[in-house]
Design a protein around this ligand. Structure first.
Ligand SMILES: Cc1ncc(COP(=O)(O)O)c(C=O)c1O
Length: 391
């Protein structure tokens, strides 16, 4: 019999239970109201949340769907992307960004990312544009708003569509425009661990185009504008009423939760660093929601193990670049070396615990554990300064 040492979790990666407890009464009331209404799919709660979310991001329409993956698939389908088309996606993203492209029959084409922002940038995208390219999907990865200026120019020059993957980017924006508010098809996930997360799966597409909105409404509901009128082949991908009601409650807290994450991120970014450990840069206010706090560590795996031994949970987002996943072997990418930035990141990135509910004690403990490992006092200041500012 093997003997396993159980380490008590002192800093969870994410504390969804603590978040629930903080809004228990409102969340329970919202769920009960749906149960008592007897309307579980579509209807009042979904329409209410769609309206609120559209207003929040500054879009004309928000369409609730079954997940972020479904949001991407339905957006691609509504835009007419299909077999024979190519869509450029970052090699550094969650699998679903590419999977959605494959699921509509098109081919995902991977592009490397910028070493500072970890996002697509024009110089990594342009070489991949061919006569078959129809769209680009920039991802606002880790919750940082991507600078799309150059990508927009490229898209315009080559007549390509931009569909934004904002599955990690609730509530952030650039230059006064929230992500989702620029008018184009933008896809959100409400997976429970997201900054705006449901109590199950959920997603939404925002846009300003009435025709796209109508197409998505039909596609998400078996291709039918009205019961048993099936005009096209669609799917069943609807946001359910319980999730919508919970999301309406949580939307009221989103800005505050995002601010808390940013505050924690500032504390960590100032306290950590030194040779072999790079905390993420802090972009201007409002441009990052710190869905994930991703550091780059030369000895990533040892650091991760060390933190685990201290009861600190971490994650890797993402450990395998998309062009190297077994699922995409058939695309024939020449293995390591073709996307050097993404490949280097996959070996070095580590997501430290991050959620609004992190306590000062947990932040203190996390900082001292990382410092113990690196033997460094951080890049920007002393621990006592940090402790004072975090109180
Ligand atoms: C960048 C990105 N795209 C797409 C998705 C897919 O969202 P969902 O899990 O709701 O299908 C996620 C969710 O993890 C994501 O992080």
């Amino acid at each position: 019999m093997s003997v396993t040492t159980l380490v008590e979790t002192r800093v969870p990666f994410l504390d969804l239970k603590a978040q629930y407890v903080s809004i228990r009464e409102e969340a329970d009331d919202a769920v009960l109201a749906v149960l008592e209404s007897g309307h579980f799919v579509g209807g009042h709660w979904v329409e209410k949340f769609e309206h609120e979310f559209a207003q929040y991001v500054g879009a004309k329409y928000a369409l609730g769907v079954g997940s972020g993956t479904a949001a991407l698939e339905l957006a691609l389908q509504a835009a007419g992307i299909r077999a024979g088309d190519e869509v450029i996606v970052p090699a550094n993203s969650f699998f679903a960004t590419a999977e959605a492209v494959s699921n509509v029959g098109a081919k995902p084409v991977f592009a490397d990312v910028n070493p500072m922002t970890y996002h697509l940038e024009p110089s990594t995208v342009e070489p991949h544009i061919t006569a078959k390219t129809r769209a680009i999907i920039p991802v606002h990865l880790y919750g940082r708003a991507a600078d799309l200026t150059g990508i927009e120019r490229l898209a315009e020059a080559h007549n390509l569509l931009l569909i934004e993957d904002a599955c990690q980017a609730h509530g952030v924006g650039r230059r006064g425009v929230r992500i989702g508010g620029a008018g184009r098809l933008t896809c959100f996930s409400f997976y429970p661990g997201k900054n705006l997360g449901a109590y199950g799966d959920g997603g939404a597409i925002t846009c300003n185009d009435q025709q796209y909105a109508q197409k998505i409404r039909i596609l998400r509901d078996h291709g039918s504008p009205a019961k048993y009128q099936h005009e096209v082949i669609g799917t069943n991908s609807r946001l359910d009423a319980v999730q919508a009601a919970v999301l309406s409650v949580k939307l009221r807290y989103l800005d505050n939760w995002n601010s808390l994450r940013v505050r924690h991120a500032e504390v960590l970014a100032h306290a950590l660093g030194g040779p072999g450990l790079h905390p993420p840069s802090l972009p201007p206010e409002g441009e990052h929601n710190f869905h994930l706090f991703v550091v780059r560590a030369r000895k990533r795996d040892s650091l991760r193990n060390f933190l685990k031994e201290q009861g600190i949970e971490t994650g890797i987002h993402y450990p395998v670049p998309l062009h190297l996943t077994p699922a995409y072997e058939k695309l024939g990418y020449p293995g390591r070396g073709s996307m050097p930035v993404t490949e280097a990141l996959a070996d070095e990135i580590l997501s430290l615990p991050m959620c609004p509910e992190l306590t000062k004690e947990q932040l203190d403990y996390l900082v001292s554990a990382v410092r113990e490992f690196t033997g460094s006092n951080g890049s920007h200041g002393s621990h006592s300064q940090y402790a004072a500012s975090a109180s």
